[in-house]
Ligand binder design. Structure first.
Ligand SMILES: O=P(O)(O)OC[C@H]1O[C@H](OP(=O)(O)OP(=O)(O)O)[C@H](O)[C@@H]1O
Ligand code: HPA
Ligand SMILES: [Mg+2]
Length: 179
């Protein structure tokens, strides 16, 4: 595992099983509707790719890039749009796909930003959530795993842009980020 990782928190098999479970619920919810899934770059790339393939419902996909973490392990609270959606979401059923809800600041900002564009519906699916880290309350319809308040990497999640390609979610050894 190398010395930078402390432990494996969620295995690839656990992620696959959870995404299959979530996909079945999402299929049921959007049966007969046109669904646009919006991935939040870059962290949500893996979840989007695997969740989309687990869905039976035909979807269209779009991406938004926002960043609030920079190279650190704490949210700056300032959300910047690095890339906006390519499509107009007015009247569409939109599902935001996230890798993690930590402080909730990114998603809270995204929900009000996308909500103001008058979608037919707007929901959220996240692989991970840290309940103890929440700074704002957010209504999230689909959650994969609630995890402890520790900095995690892998499966899309980075520390200073590294570790995104790990197939599992792990915790980072404190010495890596000076903790
Ligand atoms: O709930 P919050 O405290 O706001 O944290 C969650 C957000 O932080 C991460 O993105 P980041 O800004 O690191 O960009 P990245 O996806 O490109 O890594 C993650 O992918 C979420 O979008
Ligand atoms: O725990 C985390 N790890 C990586 N990126 C993150 N962005 C918010 N929380 C995290
Ligand atoms: Mg990040």
């Amino acid at each position: 595992m190398g010395t930078d990782l402390q432990s494996v928190l969620i295995t690839k098999e656990e992620i696959d099983a959870k995404l299959a479970e979530l996909a079945a619920k999402i299929d049921a919810e959007y049966a007969g509707k046109d669904l646009l899934i919006v991935g939040v770059l870059k962290g949500a790339v893996m979840v989007m790719a695997d969740l989309a393939r687990a869905l039976s419902t035909p979807v269209t996909m779009d991406w938004m890039a926002v960043s609030s973490y920079g190279a650190g392990t704490q949210s700056s609270g300032v959300v910047r749009i690095l890339k906006d959606l390519d499509t107009d979401i007015k009247g569409k059923h939109v599902l935001i796909v996230e890798d993690i809800i930590d402080s909730g600041l990114t998603l809270s900002w995204l929900l009000s930003n996308l909500g103001s564009r008058e979608p037919a519906s707007l929901e959220v699916c996240t692989l991970l959530r840290k309940p103890e880290a929440a700074k704002v309350a957010i209504d999230v319809k689909w959650i994969g795993f609630d995890i402890p308040n520790e900095f995690v990497v892998g499966y899309g999640l980075d520390y200073a842009e590294k570790y995104r390609n790990l197939p599992f979610v792990g915790t980072l050894a404190p010495h890596v980020y000076g903790g």
